[in-house]
Write a protein that binds this ligand. Structure first.
Ligand SMILES: [Zn+2]
Length: 289
């Protein structure tokens, strides 16, 4: 049977890879990381997988690549299409894309997701690509197979995350640059809301404070059996990341322990950061994210 997709949508820097890994650790699921990057980083560059192998040697991704049998030209075409449909300007592209291009996008995604399902045997493929545009496009080409969970983070938490140096995946942003970035994300989430099968909306700090309760709710909303994951998180046991090539730092680890913490919004200091946080709070209030 063709697997279902559980899509983690939301702003960057909100813990989407951790949430994806927890959902993908369910017995009948597989965590695929950020699938929008798969044609480029998994099949093109063969980057290292969290299992310790290169993607070209990994027991999941090498098999998926073999099953797909994409030529390099086909892979490049899929890479370009994912970028056009999924990324931040994807909304605009989706309005003007031809039927033939939609059909090609559908074929790319069906082949990729079905191959992951066949090789892993999983009934759920968890995709943490985050982009709201991809949530909408996937839901359109694979109706009835895509469920979406939305994840955001408090303005203060985002400002703190973006102030950190030594991040390879997403460069630090100045406080006032986080505001328009947040606005663009919020607008896209609002646009996506009515166009996808949205099962839950979470804020990272609340999830972090009581992961077991939130996971139980997510399991109920999606139908995914998360009992074993909840038990592991509850007793502080390690959870396997599985085979993740794309996504944040978590991909460099084979296993991780998710520890609950208090639901605290960090304090922001500095006039610009406070102004940015205030603007984000207003945007958050208006958009309900
Ligand atoms: Zn692997």
């Amino acid at each position: 049977m063709a697997p279902r997709v559980l899509y983690v949508m939301g702003t960057g820097r909100s813990g989407s890879t951790v949430l994806g890994a927890l959902l993908g650790a369910a017995p009948d699921a597989v965590f695929a990381g950020e699938l929008t990057w798969a044609p480029a980083e998994v099949f093109g560059e063969h980057r290292p997988c969290s299992c310790g192998e290169l993607a070209s040697e990994c027991s999941l991704w090498a098999e998926v690549e073999a099953r797909l049998g994409w030529s390099d030209a086909r892979r490049r075409a899929a890479e370009a299409r994912f970028q056009r449909f999924d990324w931040h300007k994807g909304f605009a592209h989706q309005l003007v894309a031809s039927a033939a291009e939609w059909a090609a996008y559908e074929r790319d995604n069906r082949e990729l997701i079905d191959a992951i399902g066949e090789v892993s045997g999983a009934q759920w493929v968890v995709d943490s690509s985050k982009y709201p545009a991809r949530a909408v496009a996937l839901s359109r080409v694979m109706p009835d197979r895509v469920s979406v969970v939305s994840l955001t983070r408090s303005p203060e938490g985002l400002l703190q995350a973006f102030s950190r140096q030594n991040e390879v995946e997403q460069r630090p942003k100045k406080p006032l640059a986080v505001l328009p970035w947040y606005g663009a994300n919020a607008a896209q989430i609002v646009w996506a809301r009515g166009r996808v099968d949205l099962k839950a909306e979470l804020r990272y700090e609340a999830f972090h404070a009581d992961p077991c309760a939130h996971l139980a709710r997510l399991g109920e909303a999606t139908g995914l059996d998360l009992d074993a994951v909840i038990a592991a998180v509850g007793s502080g046991d390690e959870v396997s990341v599985g085979h993740v090539v794309t996504g944040n730092r978590l991909r460099k680890r084979g296993e991780f322990v998710f520890q609950a913490g208090p639901d605290v919004r960090p304090t922001v200091t500095g006039r610009r950061a406070r102004a940015s946080a205030l603007g984000m709070r207003v945007l958050g209030r208006v958009t309900g994210i």
